[in-house]
Design a protein around this ligand. Structure first.
Ligand code: SAH
Ligand code: SF4
Ligand code: F3S
Length: 392
């Protein structure tokens, strides 16, 4: 739930309209919700944390797993009595389910007034006006223009010490299980100058820690003043900004962990000794079926190089258990990899077949077996996490 401060230009004589935003999914959605609230702020909306007093409810959704996706429909069902009580209430669906299902959401849930995808939310204010005029706009374009060029400047008053900054969006990797390349589109990196400007603005507001975001953040390759910059160079430049004490980035792909970025972990005191580097599985057979394009061994070698650069670095990963075709042996390989690395934390998920992805065509493994594997894996991670915490 995002609550940036009210827009300063709203006259106290006219009661401002209220916007309630619920955010699901990853940090990229958290960032997008802030930017949408700011865009609506320029239209005279202030945010509220109470759906009951809102003039507009915006659900910023996630499509990554079936459970995440279905939450939208149960929450919409829960909003029905409110919409009956307040017929002028506008309900908008944003984010990755909006992108994946588009107008289908309006058919399934007629109480929805607008649907906006993650690449076109700079058009949200105009869509909200159209919705107020009785239309039901749907926008799931991947527009040619950069939405960030069409969003209002970030507001100047902030009391928060830490902020997100999206530097890269989309993904070209097409892991066999994943919807992100379809919902977020192709990989795009924001230009260096715009990011430095936004980061300086955040630092001037008192922000001390910035987490750089991207679905594949370490694949960042943005236009700089003298050619293309990688993530390491961007981090080095951000570290020079007065007041910025800490930098983080998430989430990364093992194949994009280049020498320069590994070196930056050893050189930059501002770069926190933490790296989220999802491996998904420890079985080469499954990694191949997942289209991950790296082996377990390559991942372990990479971890060794990162630890050589920054020995106290804390590592975390994502794991999927029960991918189609996963055997006991494959799962044992995953446990072996976890034992070999020693993670400080991890996010682990039972495989969820997603419409339109290649893996969804394959027969699923027994659901109870996948549940049991997930519990075993999580118990091992918890053990490792406790050990790391005790050592602190
Ligand atoms: N770009 C990131 C991942 C984004 S999605 C990366 O490549 O690491 C976050 C995590 O959700 C993934 O790492 C994966 O572990 C999990 N995930 C994605 N699709 C899934 C699916 N169909 N079923 C279960 N978990 C999934
Ligand atoms: Fe999804 Fe793979 Fe891209 Fe990560 S790298 S967003 S898991 S397709
Ligand atoms: Fe979910 Fe979209 Fe993020 S599917 S994980 S909100 S990129």
């Amino acid at each position: 739930l995002i609550m940036p401060s009210g827009h300063p230009e709203v006259s106290p004589m006219t009661a401002p309209k209220k916007l309630y935003i619920k955010t699901y999914g990853c940090q990229m959605n958290v960032y997008d919700s802030e930017r949408m609230a700011e865009a609506m702020g320029a239209e005279g909306y202030v945010t509220t944390d109470k759906a009951e007093e809102a003039d507009m409810v915006l659900l910023n959704t996630c499509h990554i797993r079936e459970k995440a996706s279905e939450k939208l429909y149960s929450d919409l069902g829960r909003l029905r009595p409110l919409k009956i009580e307040k017929p002028d209430l506008k309900i908008g669906v944003a984010g990755c389910v909006a992108q994946a299902e588009g107008a289908e959401i309006l058919r399934r849930m007629p109480l929805v007034d607008l649907v906006v995808g993650p690449q076109s939310y700079h058009r949200l204010p105009a869509m909200a006006r159209a919705a107020e005029a009785g239309e039901k706009p749907v926008d799931t374009d991947f527009p040619a223009e950069d939405k960030f060029d069409h969003l209002p400047d970030r507001p100047s008053a902030s009391t928060r010490p830490a902020a997100f900054l999206t530097v890269q969006e989309g993904c070209d990797k097409f892991c066999a299980f994943c919807v992100v390349p379809y919902t977020r589109g192709a990989e795009v990196s924001r230009p260096v100058a715009r990011l430095l400007e936004e980061a300086r603005g955040l630092a001037a507001q008192g922000v001390r820690e910035i987490t750089l975001l991207g679905q594949n953040v370490n694949a960042y390759h943005g236009e700089g003043p003298d050619g293309t910059w990688g993530l390491a160079r961007l981090l080095r430049e951000l570290a020079k900004i007065d007041g910025l004490a800490r930098l983080r980035y998430t989430t990364s792909h093992p194949n994009d962990m280049d020498d320069d970025l590994i070196a930056a972990h050893g050189e930059l005191p501002e770069l926190m000794p933490y790296l989220h580097l999802p491996v998904q599985s420890g079985s080469d057979r499954i990694l191949k079926a997942m289209n991950r394009k790296h082996t377990a061994e390559a991942y372990l070698r990479l971890i060794a190089r990162i630890r050589a650069a920054r020995p106290d670095i804390l590592l975390s990963s994502d794991f999927i258990v029960g991918f189609p075709g996963e055997t006991d042996r494959d799962f044992e390989d995953t446990l072996d990899l976890i034992r070999a690395v020693g993670f400080g934390a991890a996010y682990s998920f039972k495989y969820s077949a997603r419409p339109g992805t290649p893996a969804a065509e394959k027969p699923e493994i027994d659901s109870a077996v996948a549940d049991a594997r997930l519990q075993t894996l999580q118990a091992l991670i918890t053990e490792q996490q406790r050990a790391v915490q005790t050592a602190m």
